[in-house]
Design a protein. Structure first.
Length: 126
């Protein structure tokens, strides 16, 4: 069973994605801010993280920077799932995200499909 960590401060979206991934037989943990997300990443060691960018305590940018520089976390794939208009290529190339999705352009089914596609690929170790 694949493990996913959802880091999202919107409780409605967090619950919706949690329920969707549970229905798809994922083991799911959630965090509603960046600080809690980092702590949960360390204890849960998920196969993949879905990360919002704009959150309290620590932003998604802070989480990306922290994870990229942490030897235990740097190889965990992180997909940024946000509605913030930023350059997705920059988020991947310069911030260490594995993927970038706009919430408004992806249904929960599409997000799950993209996570499954990512997990089907051989892991990249840096």
């Amino acid at each position: 069973m694949s493990k996913i960590l959802l880091i999202e401060d919107d409780s409605i979206l967090l619950e919706m994605y949690r329920d969707k991934f549970l229905h798809e037989n994922f083991e799911v943990k959630t965090a509603d801010d960046g600080e809690e997300g980092i702590n949960t990443m360390r204890s849960f060691l998920p196969n993949v993280v879905l990360l919002d960018l704009m959150m309290p305590e620590r932003s998604g940018f802070d989480v990306l920077k922290f994870a990229k520089n942490d030897p235990e976390l740097k190889n965990i794939p992180i997909i940024v799932l946000t509605n913030v208009t930023v350059d997705g290529d920059d988020i991947i190339k310069n911030w260490g995200a594995t993927g970038f999705l706009l919430k408004a352009n992806n249904t929960p089914d599409e997000v799950v499909a993209k996570v499954n596609l990512l997990l089907a690929q051989p892991p990249k170790v840096s």
